[in-house]
Design a binder for this molecule. Structure first.
Ligand code: VGL
Ligand code: ZN
Length: 183
């Protein structure tokens, strides 16, 4: 069975010191790096929240969030500890349209315009290990869309960061009941 690792939004604005810093974010990056190093043969696909400065999810436009992951800023970059594993064709950007919130990595596209599902299928992937930030938003939506698309999905608990610890704790059993493994 072909496997792949999907890393969701391990980006500076979601990590300690960022504009939308999340709980357990530095630990999630360290655990994700360890997971990748333990599985050197697996492709690693990166999802990146990537917004224009006037994105609809920002408070100034009536959205719920402070400005974050604005294209061209440091806050929009993947954590440096993961950069050795990043490749352009396996990096997918979402939330690029000012009018649309996109929590799911499934809405992202790489530089060549390919979607996450398209590339996972080209790689022959059957099993996907999901890591990243934030459990309750982009991790949840990405894992659910992967499952709907027919992949076997395992979310790696140590590798998660959250907006709200209670929300994180509630999300895991919900995902489990839908058929997503939590490991
Ligand atoms: C996310 C809030 C806003 C996430 C993205 O990656 O979970 N959360 N944009
Ligand atoms: Zn966002």
């Amino acid at each position: 069975m072909e496997k792949a690792i999907v890393v969701v939004d391990e980006i500076y604005d979601f990590i300690t010191g960022g504009s939308l810093e999340c709980g357990h974010s530095e630990e999630a990056v360290a655990a994700t790096k360890a997971l990748i190093e333990k599985n050197p043969a697996l492709p690693v696909l990166f999802i990146c929240d990537h917004h224009p400065a006037n994105h609809c999810s920002f408070a100034a436009q009536g959205g719920p969030w402070p400005p974050h992951c604005v294209a061209g800023t440091h806050g929009a970059e993947i954590h440096k500890d993961l950069l050795p594993f990043v490749s352009e064709e396996l990096t997918f950007y979402k939330g690029c349209d000012p009018e649309q919130e996109q929590y799911s990595g499934f809405d992202g596209k790489n530089e060549a315009g390919q979607s996450l599902a398209e590339v996972l299928n080209l790689l022959g992937t059957e099993v996907v290990y999901v890591t990243g930030i934030a459990t309750e938003y982009c991790v949840k939506n990405t894992a659910e869309d992967l499952l709907k698309a027919g992949f076997k999905v395992t979310v790696i608990e140590d590798c998660l960061g959250w907006v709200d610890a209670e929300g994180h704790k509630k999300t895991l059993p919900d995902l489990k009941s839908e058929g997503i493994r939590i490991q």
